[in-house]
Design a protein around this ligand. Structure first.
Ligand SMILES: Cc1cc2nc3c(=O)[nH]c(=O)nc-3n(C[C@H](O)[C@H](O)[C@H](O)COP(=O)(O)OP(=O)(O)OC[C@H]3O[C@@H](n4cnc5c(N)ncnc54)[C@H](O)[C@@H]3O)c2cc1C
Ligand SMILES: *[C@@H]1O[C@H](CO)[C@@H](O)[C@H](O)[C@H]1NC(C)=O
Ligand SMILES: *[C@@H]1O[C@H](CO)[C@@H](O)[C@H](O)[C@H]1NC(C)=O
Ligand SMILES: *[C@@H]1O[C@H](CO)[C@@H](O)[C@H](O)[C@H]1NC(C)=O
Ligand SMILES: *[C@@H]1O[C@H](CO)[C@@H](O)[C@H](O)[C@H]1NC(C)=O
Ligand SMILES: *[C@@H]1O[C@H](CO)[C@@H](O)[C@H](O)[C@H]1NC(C)=O
Ligand SMILES: *[C@@H]1O[C@H](CO)[C@@H](O)[C@H](O)[C@H]1NC(C)=O
Length: 504
């Protein structure tokens, strides 16, 4: 005899989308079809999945978690979720510290955990370049460690435990000055769309969708695998240093001269990943820097102004392989704080660093002088060469014009443990962004752009893409591949309409 649930399912098979089911009922239906791949509260596997987020504030409680074993299961599951009009969030590495964008309290969480493929594909092949099949679950450190014995690397993330969704927001790599955004180096995506179709998306098969995926996150489907162009990788020079607070002004000056015409940025083999932590309660600034030079050259001239600064702790300086440098960042696996962040953009100038640091300190002293945690900024200088390489390497919807010069992304974060400080942190970050922007606007240094991978929950990135020209195209592509608007209405994330859809 058919149960009521089965009759309803048959009814919806006949009549299309329905919202007659609670999420709990949809979870039961999924469980009938996928049994062990559906995790529910009370099991340790469920807890592992719902807590697999770098920011503790992103640990939500979905009624169930779907961990598809393969692409076909994912596609079949998406069909059920769409037919029952069920909210579903998608997570890969869980490193985006934005609550409610990669998990949900009132829908199904799809965890990409089982998509662990790693495979090198040489020439000749249909895509016309040697590539690496990178399953969505892989961390950048695992990718580099897999490729290194073969003398290969890909253009990917800079920190060991970060996940593959970095590619869906463009992605800053140690190789970006030479090869553009990480996403410019994807040659094919395997994508599950809203209709449950499985597409191989590349420049030949679906050029519009291929372009859109290079920076528009989860607005078009779920990526199961990224085919990434490989390159031959030899040894690098690198260091990972934290300076004493007394060295802050020297660090800031070195950053300024690196960005100036004739400065270190003009050597495209070099890449900087700087950050400055500020602890309001002790009024202490701690600058640090990971630097990578893509050749086996000790202390290259491009980094001289940094290597000249005294008083540092060193996690490993010298000519080394890429994985030994990336392994120095494995500590970012630790899940110990609630994190929030926001980002803005500033033109390169000799005032950029002072504005970025001084405004942070001023606003923190004003709003959160006794903050029980720390704040800081990751200074991300994106050179005109990086932007030119992005265009030369196939382009993307962000399409920043190298003729406008370099752009400095100021990522501001707050780290703390007490949920009662969520509002304080949010208010501090929003105030700080608007304070920086009013200063840069007054000085002619404002750059209208929000870097996708560093967005805060209230920020709207797409209006700035391509100087405003990309968003109308992205909306047309969304209508074409997702006519019901599933990824606009049911899937949390930064959406093509206004603002973010929040699963919390
Ligand atoms: C310590 C640290 C270091 C970082 N370093 C860098 C860096 O060097 N360069 C850089 O560019 N960025 C960097 N980032 C930012 C990072 O790229 C983003 O946070 C990115 O979203 C993380 O990818 P993830 O797979 O871990 O994300 P998740 O948190 O799993 O997902 C982020 C977003 O992508 C969506 N998504 C996830 N998987 C899929 C999928 N398979 N298909 C469709 N949508 C999906 C989610 O729904 C969510 O909206 C860093 C972040 C941290 C915390
Ligand atoms: C589907 O869900 C969305 C978001 O919850 C809601 O806005 C919409 O009205 C629902 N559609 C139907 C047909 O119930
Ligand atoms: C639960 O997790 C364990 C350990 O990670 C794994 O071996 C097992 O297959 C998982 N079970 C399910 C149902 O996912
Ligand atoms: C990379 O360096 C580490 C540490 O020195 C070493 O253990 C490893 O074997 C090296 N890998 C290769 C492929 O050279
Ligand atoms: C180092 O700093 C000096 C002084 O500011 C500057 O002239 C020089 O260009 C800098 N060198 C590099 C490689 O950035
Ligand atoms: C190094 O740090 C110590 C203690 O923080 C400080 O007294 C000293 O002046 C610093 N030296 C230099 C060269 O900055
Ligand atoms: C900053 O640069 C401007 C020109 O771009 C120059 O006039 C000014 O003197 C510089 N200031 C400092 C402190 O170097």
């Amino acid at each position: 005899m058919l149960g009521l649930l089965s009759i309803l399912i048959i009814a919806l098979e006949l009549f299309g989308v329905t919202s007659a089911f609670t999420v709990a009922e949809v979870c039961q239906q999924l469980q009938k079809k996928f049994s062990a791949q559906i995790l529910t509260p009370g099991s340790s596997n469920y807890t592992d999945e719902v807590d697999a987020y770098w920011s503790l504030a992103a640990w939500l409680e979905p009624p169930c978690v779907f961990t598809p074993a393969n692409t076909q299961e994912l596609a079949d599951g998406v069909k059920i979720l769409v037919k029952t009009n069920t909210t579903f969030a998608v997570r890969s590495g869980g490193h985006a510290p934005v609550t409610g964008l990669a998990s949900t309290n009132h829908g199904v969480l799809i965890a990409m955990t089982h998509f662990t493929e790693k495979k090198i594909v040489g020439m000749p092949n249909a895509l016309g370049a040697p590539y690496f099949r990178n399953g969505a679950a892989n961390r950048w450190g695992e990718v580099y460690e897999y490729l290194e014995p073969h003398g290969l690397a890909v253009v990917g993330g800079r920190i060991w435990p970060v996940g593959s969704a970095l590619l869906l927001g463009g992605g800053i790599s140690y190789f970006s000055q030479q090869k553009g955004w990480a996403s410019n180096n994807v040659v094919n995506y395997e994508l599950v769309t809203a209709s449950g179709s499985i597409l191989q998306v590349n420049a030949k098969s679906y050029p519009d969708l291929f372009w859109a995926l290079k920076g528009s996150s989860n607005n078009f489907g779920i990526v199961t695998r990224y085919d990434l162009k490989t390159h031959k990788q030899g040894k690098i020079f690198g260091f990972d240093r934290a300076w004493a607070p007394t060295s802050m002004s020297k660090f800031s000056e070195a950053m300024t001269s690196w960005m100036a015409p004739g400065g270190g940025h003009e050597d495209k083999k070099g890449a900087l990943m700087p950050s400055t932590q500020y602890t309001p309660a002790s009024d202490r600034l701690d600058p640090s820097l990971v630097a990578v030079y893509d050749a086996p050259v000790e202390n290259p001239a491009a980094f001289k102004n940094f290597t000249d600064i005294a008083n540092f702790t060193d996690l490993g300086t010298g000519v080394q392989n890429l994985t030994s440098l990336v392994r120095q960042t494995i500590g970012y696996q630790a899940r110990v704080f609630r994190w929030k962040w926001y980002v803005t953009s500033i033109k390169f100038s000799n005032e950029t660093m002072p504005i970025v640091i001084d405004t942070m300190v001023d606003v923190a002293k004003e709003l959160i002088p006794q903050f029980n945690g720390f704040v800081g900024t990751a200074e991300e200088p994106i050179t005109a060469d990086h932007l030119a390489a992005a265009r030369a390497n196939g382009g993307d919807p962000m399409d920043l014009d190298p003729a406008n010069g370099g752009v400095f992304f100021a990522l501001y974060y707050a780290a703390y443990t007490d949920p009662a400080d969520d509002d304080k942190a949010e208010n501090y970050l929003q105030t700080l962004i608007s304070r920086v922007e009013s200063t840069t606007k007054a000085k002619g240094l404002y750059y209208p752009y929000y870097f996708f991978n560093n967005l805060g929950i209230k920020q709207e990135p797409f209006k700035f893409y391509g100087g405003g020209k990309s968003l109308p195209k992205l909306k047309i592509i969304s209508k074409k591949y997702d006519p019901l608007g599933v990824f606009q209405k049911l899937v949390p994330g930064f959406k093509l309409g206004t603002g973010a859809l929040d699963g919390a």
